[in-house]
Design a protein. Structure first.
Ligand code: ZN
Length: 202
């Protein structure tokens, strides 16, 4: 399986990193080795000085598809979840400056936290609240109603480039509030009223 990630999909997050608002979705990939095994702590990698959390709504693809029309995109997923796109922000900034690929900063082992999945019918996907709690404080508080591109539009867009396969995940971008993690932090993901993951940082 593969993980397709969307960058710069929330205006306030674009502002906080002083990025340009893109004309089309920003897309990058993580390999399956990026998934943090369930119940495992996240170990800050030895090369990293500035690991940031980015909480994101996840979509699990349920069948193969290519050139999917946005109006049929809902047929390609039954479940959604929440996860973290861990990012070495300092390294990413250096790579961006040089116009180099981001993978070392975004796709390293453990960089993809994947929480529980739930049937999409349980939610209003266009008005879905989600939060990241760090050590009892809400640090990110998002709603899918402020996405620049909605889930179905993202599926249509990325499937022009990548054949989607059953089990692929889409990370749909992070809202504002990203920040650094430190050893002993505890990160909890909330989707509406459900706790969907808990990660200890070591
Ligand atoms: Zn992200």
């Amino acid at each position: 399986m593969k993980i397709i990630c969307i960058g710069r999909n929330y205006a306030k997050h674009i502002e906080e990193l002083a990025n340009e608002r893109p004309e089309t979705p920003v897309v990058f990939l993580k390999p399956d080795s990026a998934i943090l095994p369930k119940k495992m702590p996240f170990f800050i990698p030895p090369f990293a000085n500035s690991i940031h959390y980015e909480v994101e709504v996840l979509v699990k693809i349920n069948k193969v598809g290519k050139y999917i029309d946005a109006k049929f995109a809902h047929k390609y997923y039954d479940e959604i979840g929440l996860g973290i796109d861990f990012t070495d922000r300092e390294m990413q900034s250096k790579l961006k400056e040089k116009g180099l690929p981001w993978e070392k900063a975004k796709a390293f082992d453990g960089s993809a936290v994947v929480g529980e999945f739930y049937p999409k019918e349980q939610f209003d996907l266009e008005n879905l609240n989600f939060q990241l709690i760090k050590n009892d404080a809400i640090v990110q508080d998002g709603n899918t109603n402020s996405m620049l591109w909605k889930i179905d539009e993202l599926i249509a867009y990325v499937s022009q480039y990548f054949t989607l396969k059953k089990g692929d995940l889409i990370f749909t971008g992070t809202p504002a509030g990203v920040g650094k993690v430190a050893s002993n932090d505890v990160l909890i993901g909330i989707l509406e009223d459900k706790e969907v993951f808990q990660v200890k940082v070591k």
